[in-house]
Write a protein that binds this ligand. Sequence first.
Ligand code: ZN
Length: 420
Amino acid sequence: MVLHDALSEDHVEELAQLLALIRRGSAVTRSELVQSSGFGRTAIARRLDHLMALGLIAESEPLPSTGGRMPRGVYFRADAGRLLVAELGATSIAAGICDLDCRVLSSREEAWDIAAGPESTLARLEALLSELLRDHQAKVWGIGVGLPGPIEFATGRPVSPPIMPGWDRYPVRERLAKRFSAPVWVDNDVNVLALGELRAGVGRAHSDLIYIKIGTGIGAGIVSGGRLHRGAQGCAGDIGHVAVTDDQAVVCRCGNIGCLEAVAGGAALARRATAWAREGRSGYLQQRLTEGGDLTAATIAAGAAAGDTGCVELLAAAARQIGDSLATFVNFFNPSIVIIGGGVAQAGNAFLASIRQRVYSRSLPLATRDLQIVLSSLGDIGGLIGAAHMVVDEILSPKVLSLWIKEGTPEALAGAHAGN
Ligand SMILES: [Zn+2]
């Protein structure tokens, strides 16, 4: 019956608003919902009926009461559907399955070279997702993917990604929507990581933050006023390619000279570590190289922790470069927290301390008065959690909710996303 109500724009907007209050747990009884939403009791009752008919909420057991009748609350049915999520880095694939509360129920991670191209990479991702789905038989409400390059969010396509040959304009959304009959959202991996920290990590109490990933390359996700700031073309925060030196010898993989990631990214550090080992500037690295090991940022971190002066110097130089650039972004954007993630960020406290020191000494006092600079709290799984939040934000937004609410499940969006 309720499903035949006229679904005006206002009605859907109100449903989305109530759902948001219930999902956050900030209002669960009818009285609390009346108070928090400003709607009348009858209006609340009708909207809750509608959300129950959709299977999005259910009635909870009676709640403890201080006197009189025990109130019943409602809760968001996180089990109503499942989300498939993935984060593809330059050298790895992570895939997971989540409930609608964005909890990762199960995940897989393996080494993979993104430069292998979209056909084989997405075939591998589809195999991993199918495997996860087999173990968790459920309706897929949506798919979220983070990719290591600039993405046009509206279409879910990579645009001239520098480290992803063959991916330019590849229809990632269409392919996955067809394969799993579910709607798909694709974003830059750093945006997805920033969203994960904002909703479920150290960024929770903040509405203006910068997330910097220092992995093979360097990139940043920006949250402004509680929302991801993607920019006009979706490439906001692409800070790895700001120029930090005129040195003609520093050639970046993007083709330019002197980019930040070409001096301080993981790939650059690994190259410099090998050179320093050969030149005898670090005993620790020299020994690792002789043993036939690959020299990576992690090797340098281990050397620095063991007190090797060459390794300490290499990390300090990278931290200085990153700190100087970060100081500029902090002055420009005035975040309340900077979150540092990615492989190189695991280099330890000395690395973090050098970045902090550099930022504090080079930023305006007002911009750094309450600024926190911390390591990511979610680690490797942050990208999967962030991708899940991206999907839920979309499917429960008033605009997208109005497109599927009559059908009762977001699977109804799959056709449009598959390009049918
Ligand atoms: Zn570059």
